[in-house]
Design a binder for this molecule. Structure first.
Ligand SMILES: Nc1ncnc2c1ncn2[C@@H]1O[C@H](COP(=O)(O)OP(=O)(O)OP(=O)(O)O)[C@@H](O)[C@H]1O
Length: 675
């Protein structure tokens, strides 16, 4: 028996059987796998309403219509879903099994010796195994006629069993190793490709989807070499050997068996193609279920506070239901395939015994020949069955591999491939010249409109404005997370796009609105991404500068305490992030001041940075502060006021207050809000 559809097993949470519909989401409402008009009929069939078992009696026409839907080729089997992403479309333009396999071969080609050794063992084991039924029958019948031939046959049988055992073991090991190599390389390349994409890519893709490609899809592909190809090759060899033997023994009976196998192969191809398509849907649904789970778990505090556990469960169950639906059809298709096999298998046996028996009675065939025939016919049909099983599994893996390969084929971000200029020294002059920008995910919504702004070296510039006015976007462009749609940014007079991105980023310190920490110790978090080797003293120096040293020393293991995003308060995380930025001694420091809760904690620091840059010549650098609390940035050299993606005011605090414009209104509003 082949394993149950893998996507189902991978996606189903512990305790929730993948073979049962989710109890909370009745099949009547939740699953929206639209198998065209057949959906309702399909549900009726699954629920046992088909054929008069339900409450309403069906007339003959309706009955025949429904029967036609569930028969092979009927509309019940059609796989379509509006929410299935590219699954349906991918099928139309999908790569063939051959091209997917050649891609996989390219990944393991460096270690081809393992595969060659596996195939050599496979041939030896198959040759030994193919001779076993012949010798078995010969031994049994030679026992009737005396000892010598029987003992010779028995010895040969022992030797063949040993050869088959040893080479089967080597074969499994080699293919298993090749498989591990394939999955490891695939995951490495996929992860590398994902990490090298432009940030705009991550605006469109979801974390759950991408981790699903890395996890379950790669796992599904892992069966290709170790299981599918290995077993298909073995059974193919054995099947061909058995067929030749049968034709030599009796060509009419051999042809009869061949006919059965031909029919089985046709059903196998249709079944394999169906499984391939179904597996793509299962893949999409698994990814969507993962996505919901990932989102709900990462936002579990919000979920708890708003009491939306049931809502989240329903969202998750919706995808599980879809997965169930598609897996149900996969299982039914597999059932159909098994049914055809059993039927054809037993018919062949009966036909062979009937025709062979008549031939024995007519003296044209011996009992030993008929026994050998039956053994090899069984072998041939079982080989065809196993090839069919492994073929459908192979098709599922090919289906799963297509999206993985498509992601792997994405070109890396130009920033990571191009070698740009490295200036002798970064002075810190930043010019935005006629910069226009809209986010790639919303190209029709202009965010920055012909922005012209110059920041001089060592100047402390604060950017203020209403929420959504484009303040963070200005910084995003400087950090090269996105590129301007029009215009350009110049750094010390050189277009930013011509600079070596890595070199430039090493000279920028950035503290975002919601700094993230990695799950590692505090020291490593502070050192993260630092382009030079740093000592513990330097780490502590940076922490002191960021007013983080005291609370870090109070942690259970001080600087060795393992932290992550959930283990420190927002303000504490921000101070660790500030220490991280300062440790680089950046020529340009960017502080995207957090809104609301963090303001009080960051205010003190922002003020001290401004004071330090103004008074300490060693600390001088270009500083950009995106500020929400205007009281923190009064001492800045310049304040830029943004509205709807344009600069509407530019000057010192004292001048802007007098202008009676947006800044003075904002300042007034904040003053009024103070107790
Ligand atoms: N990745 C993105 N994709 C599409 N639109 C975005 C993206 N990031 C921001 N935007 C949009 O761009 C506009 C400007 O956002 P931005 O974050 O620059 O504003 P902001 O002035 O920094 O706001 P806040 O003060 O609330 O942080 C907003 O309308 C926002 O919805």
């Amino acid at each position: 028996m082949p394993p149950a559809p893998a996507a189902l097993l991978l996606a189903a949470p512990a305790g929730l059987s993948p073979w049962r519909p989710c109890p909370r989401a009745p099949r009547r409402t939740a699953p929206r796998l639209r198998l065209r008009a057949a959906r309702i009929r399909a549900a009726a069939t699954v629920n046992g309403e088909f054929g008069g078992l339900g409450r309403r009696r069906l007339d003959a026409g309706e009955f025949i219509g429904r029967l036609r839907n569930v028969l092979p080729g009927g509309s019940w089997w059609r796989l379509e879903d509006e929410d299935a992403g590219g699954a349906g479309r991918a099928e139309a333009s999908g790569a063939t099994a051959a091209s997917a396999l050649s891609r996989m071969w390219a990944l393991v080609a460096a270690d081809r010796w393992v595969i060659f050794a596996g195939f050599a063992s496979l041939v030896c084991a198959a040759l030994a195994e193919i001779a076993i039924p012949h010798l078995l029958a010969a031994s049994i019948f030679s026992a009737q006629n005396g000892g010598a031939v029987f003992y010779r046959n028995a010895k040969l049988l022992v030797v063949l069993c040993m050869i088959s055992g040893v080479f089967s073991g080597v074969r499994s090991c080699c293919f298993g190793i090749a498989n591990m190599i394939l999955v490891k390389r695939m995951r490495e390349m996929l992860f590398d490709s994902i990490l090298s994409q432009d940030i705009a890519f991550f605006d469109e893709e979801t974390v759950g989807d991408l981790t699903s490609r890395l996890g379950s899809d790669c796992q599904q592909v892992s069966r290709v070499i170790g299981n599918d190809l290995n077993l298909i090759s073995r059974n193919l060899l054995q099947g061909i050997g058995a067929l030749i033997y049968l034709l030599i023994l009796s060509w009419p009976l051999g042809l009869c068996t061949m006919l059965t196998c031909g029919t089985l192969s046709t059903i196998m191809l249709v079944h394999g193609r169906y499984q391939k398509k179904a597996s793509k849907f299962a893949q999409e649904f698994t990814a969507s279920a993962n996505n919901v789970a990932q989102e709900a778990i990462s936002l579990v505090r919000t979920v708890r506070v708003y009491g939306t556990e049931k809502q989240e469960f329903k969202r998750y169950a919706k995808w599980l239901d879809k997965l169930y639906d598609v897996s149900f059809r996969q299982t039914m298709a597999y059932g159909g395939w098994s049914l055809s096999l059993n039927y054809l298998y037993h018919s062949t046996q009966v036909v062979a015994v009937l025709i062979g028996g008549i031939a024995i009675m007519n003296g044209k065939f011996t009992a030993e020949q008929l026994t050998k025939f039956t053994l090899y016919a069984e072998w041939l049909i079982l080989s065809t069955w196993w090839i069919g099983d492994n073929w459908s599994s192979l098709m599922q893996s090919v289906g799963a591999s297509e999206k993985v390969f498509r992601l792997m084929d994405l070109l890396p971000s130009r920033q990571l491939t191009s070698k740009g200029l490295r200036l002798q020294k970064l002075e810190g002059r930043i010019q935005y010249a006629d910069v226009e920008f809209s986010y790639p995910s919303r190209p029709s919504a202009p965010i920055l409109r012909r922005l012209n702004l110059t920041l001089n070296p060592n100047e402390v510039v604060a950017i203020v404005g209403l929420s959504g006015s484009g303040k963070s976007t200005i910084v995003n462009l400087l950090l090269q997370l996105y590129e301007p749609t029009n215009g350009q940014i110049l750094i010390d007079g050189v277009p930013l796009s011509e600079l070596d991105t890595r070199w430039f980023r090493e000279r920028i310190g950035f503290v975002g609105q919601e700094p993230k920490l990695f799950r590692m110790d505090v020291s490593s978090n502070i050192k993260y991404g630092c382009p030079r080797e740093v000592s513990q003293e330097e780490v502590e120096w940076a922490a002191k500068q960021a007013y983080a040293h005291d609370f870090l020393m109070a942690l259970p293991d001080g600087y060795n305490t393992i932290v992550d995003d959930a283990l420190l308060s927002g303000g504490q995380k921000q101070r660790v992030a500030i220490a991280r930025a300062l440790l680089r001694d950046p020529a340009i420091l960017v502080l995207d001041e957090a809104t609301s809760a963090l303001d009080a904690e960051s205010e003190h620091y922002v003020k001290s940075v401004i004071t330090e840059v103004s008074t300490d010549p060693k600390a001088r650098r270009t500083v950009i502060i995106i500020a929400h609390r205007l009281s923190t940035i009064q001492a800045a050299d310049r304040i830029i006021v943004m509205e709807n993606g344009s600069i509407v005011e530019d000057g010192k605090h004292s001048d802007l207050v007098k202008q009676n414009g947006l800044y003075s209104r904002l300042a007034q509003r904040q003053n009024d809000a103070l107790p």
